[in-house]
Every structure is written in C-alpha cells, then in structure tokens.
Ligand binder design. Structure first.
Ligand code: FAD
Length: 382
C-alpha cells in the first residue's frame, strides 16, 4: 500500500541515504558483525554527509528537520540488517537528552560532536540488579564540592566499547522518597578516571553491537556535567521515552518487511514434492497472514510517526506499537525460519540472524510487559 507519512523530500533523502549505504555500509556489515562493533570511520562519514543531524538543531550543526528523516535512515538500516550501526540510539535516543536538557557548553561539545560523528553517545540505565525497576538504580553520584563522585555498575549498555560520552542514570539523593525523585542524569566521558569499560557481552543476536558492562569507582565528574536539574532525571527519561519506543516500532516493522521479502523469494525457488513450497496452502496462508499483519503494523506506526512529529502525546499508543510490532517480529521471524526448513537454521541464511536479532526487541527500551503495564495504567487500571 502506498504510504503517505513521508513527503517527496523524505523520499529524496531515502535515495541519497541508499546510495551512501550501498557504497559505505553494505560492504562493511560482515566485518562489523565479526568485530562486534562498527568502525568509527563510518560514523564520521555519516556525520560528514549530514545523516546524523537531520532532526537536530541547525545551531549545533544539524539540519533542523523532522523525525521522519531519521525514520527513513532507521528503515533503510533495518532493511540492510546493518544493526551494528546504532543510529537511532545515537541520534534519536541519546542526542535529544543533550538537546533538551543540556547546557550550551554540553551542546557545543557533545551535540555538535555527535552530529559530526566524532562523539558517540550511549545511555547507561540498566544495572546488574535492576532493569525494568529503573527507580531502584543503585549507582550513586554523591556531591563533593563542585564534583559528583560516582560509584556503581551498569550492564547491557549499547555502545559500551565504542561510546565516547554516556548519559549515566544515578542517584544523587539515595534517600529520596519516592526513590525516583533522587535520580539525576550525568554525562560521563570515556577516559574519566574511575570510569572503566568492562566486558563486551556475548549475545544471542545483534553480533555487530557492543553491548557491555560499565563500572564507576570513585569517578569524579564536575557538577556541570549534570543534565538539567538535580533529582529530575526520572522525569527527563519519561519525556524522551516516547521517541525511543517509536524508533523500535519503526525498525521492527522494517525488519519484518525484509524477512518477509526474503522468505517470499525463498519459497518461490525451493521445491518439494515436485512443486515450489510456496504453492502449498500452508505456506500461502502463513505468508498471507504475516503480510497482512505487517501492513496493519505499518499503518499504525506511520500514523504514530505523524502524531509524534505533530507534537501529540502518544505515549499510550507508542507503548502499544512497541509491544505489538516486536511481538509480530518475533512471530514472523520464527515462521519465516520454519518455511526455510533446515536452511533457516544455518547462519549463512540471514533469516537465522533475523530470528536471533528479533528476540531482544521485546526486552530493551522497556520490556513488552512494562509496555502493557503503561497501557493498563493509562486505561485506569493501576
Ligand atoms: C542487546 C541489549 C542492549 C541494551 N542496551 C541498553 C542500553 O543501551 N542502555 C541501558 O540502560 N540498557 C540497555 N539494555 C537493557 C534493557 O533495557 C533491559 O534488559 C530491560 O530494561 C529489562 O531489564 P532486565 O534485563 O533487568 O530485566 P528485569 O527487569 O529483571 O525483567 C525480567 C522479566 O520480568 C518482567 N518484569 C519486570 N517487572 C515487571 C512488572 N512490574 N510486571 C510484569 N513483568 C515484569 C520483565 O518484563 C521481564 O520479562 C539492553 C539490553 C540488551 C539485551
């Protein structure tokens, strides 16, 4: 179905990004997957070509356009399975914290650097002891004169090896009640004494991503590294989550499209009992059902993108899209793998990677159970 959310300029931008990706991303994906992270040169080139600042303010080197330009890049990267290049994390999840809550000095140093592809961003919320229950983080940032002294550990942090600056979620008032009122967001640069990057974790999927542990041991950072007001960290996180979850919905549907397209090709070519496996009614019904759901998901996500760009509060609906689209992605990749038979289980067939990569979509950016809690709360049930 023809999509109406993107205008002509967005589609021209898509063509431009496709040309860039064909030359500078596609040839490198396998190497990124083997290395467990992308190379810095590609980030720098993304910045140089203006792909990192499309939606960010002109004042700091961006183009001041809407979120849809970034959504175009997310869709293309998902289609290419270039998951190692964590574009949305950098541009649409982390950079907005600095844009919305950073000082001019933060913006000059970090936002401009992020847009140019020189400074890679990450956000460190999750800890070994707590993920979903974010208000319960144990990392502390205790004031000592003009500094905070940070102690604690984080885990599952994307960009954990390659990242230059992390937005660290820490308790500046560990005794605050309710606990979330003691949370602040503090920028910590790679190389700060007391900040140690730990292991790159061994994962089921997303081999090109450097998900890692981070440690803070008497790590002193100036008070001026805090984003916004002390104790307002939790509220800031809640403000930005709408876009984070929308990004997952966008890439999830795009990944579904790719897995579906490849499976359609496969079932047309593979033969059993003297006929293409695509001629069996089971194959046809399965793919017809999945194609229907992808269309439904696309319409919903497109509508949410339009609402988001228009500045509407669609937290409830974005939470719905996040759980529904990622759930679809998990079901779809499992069904498509099955339709590949034994080849689906072989790593040389991308559907095996699609299946593994899909597993985490329902876990990060707030688990799907947490999404349902949010929806239930907004339905007046909690
Ligand atoms: C590849 C990858 C990349 C990641 N990147 C980042 C990153 O860059 N930065 C970052 O901070 N974090 C990151 N994470 C962490 C991710 O956000 C957390 O794993 C996630 O929030 C879940 O937290 P948890 O793992 O502690 O699970 P838990 O919170 O322990 O949850 C375990 C299970 O219990 C369920 N559960 C928990 N509470 C409730 C409840 N109240 N009601 C019903 N069910 C509940 C959950 O839904 C889940 O099924 C990443 C994780 C992965 C795997």
């Amino acid at each position: 179905m023809k999509r109406s959310v993107f205008g002509e300029d967005h589609e021209l931008y898509r063509d431009q990004f496709r040309r860039f990706a064909e030359k500078e991303i596609v040839p490198k994906i396998a190497a990124w997957n083997a290395a467990g992270m992308p190379d810095r040169e590609t980030w720098r080139r993304m910045g140089e070509e203006g792909f990192l600042g499309a939606s960010l303010p002109e004042e700091w080197g961006g183009a001041g356009q809407d979120f849809l330009y970034d959504a175009v890049v997310m869709e293309e990267l998902a289609w290419l399975r270039a998951h190692g290049l964590m574009f949305s994390l950098h541009t649409d999840i982390c950079a907005p914290y600095i844009r919305d809550f950073g000082s001019d000095a933060h913006k000059e140093q970090y936002l401009r650097g992020a847009i140019e592809g020189r400074v890679l961003l990450g956000v460190a919320m999750t800890e070994p002891g707590t993920g979903s229950d974010l208000a319960n983080v144990q990392t502390r940032a205790i004031r000592d004169g003009d500094h905070y002294v940070i102690d604690g550990s984080k885990t599952f942090i994307s960009h954990g090896q390659i990242g230059d600056v992390f937005i660290v979620v820490a308790k500046t008032d560990p005794d605050a009640r309710p606990p979330h009122k003691g949370i602040s967001l503090i920028l910590v640069e790679d190389g700060t004494p007391g900040f140690v990057k730990g292991r790159k974790l061994d994962k089921l999927g997303l081999p090109g991503q450097d998900t890692s542990e981070l440690f803070f041991q008497e790590c002193r950072v100036p008070v001026s590294n805090r984003l916004g007001e002390e104790g307002r960290g939790f509220a800031m996180l809640m403000t930005e989550l709408q876009q984070e979850r929308l990004c997952i919905g966008v890439s999830s549907i795009a990944s579904c499209r790719r897995a579906l397209a490849d499976t359609l090709d496969y079932v047309k070519g593979r033969r059993a009992f003297g006929q293409p496996i695509g001629s069996f009614q089971n194959t046809q019904f399965k793919l017809a059902e999945l194609a229907t759901e992808v269309e439904i998901g696309q319409v919903f996500v497109d509508r949410l993108m339009a609402a988001h760009v228009a500045g509407e509060d669609v937290v409830t609906e974005v939470s719905m899209a996040k759980w529904w689209a990622t759930d679809l992605q998990k079901r779809l990749t499992a069904e498509c793998l099955q339709l590949h038979g034994g080849y689906g289980f072989m790593r040389e067939y991308p559907i095996s990677g699609d299946f593994a990569d899909a597993a985490v979509q329902s876990i990060y950016a707030g688990t799907n159970e947490i999404m349902k809690r949010i929806i239930a709360q907004r339905l007046g049930l909690a």
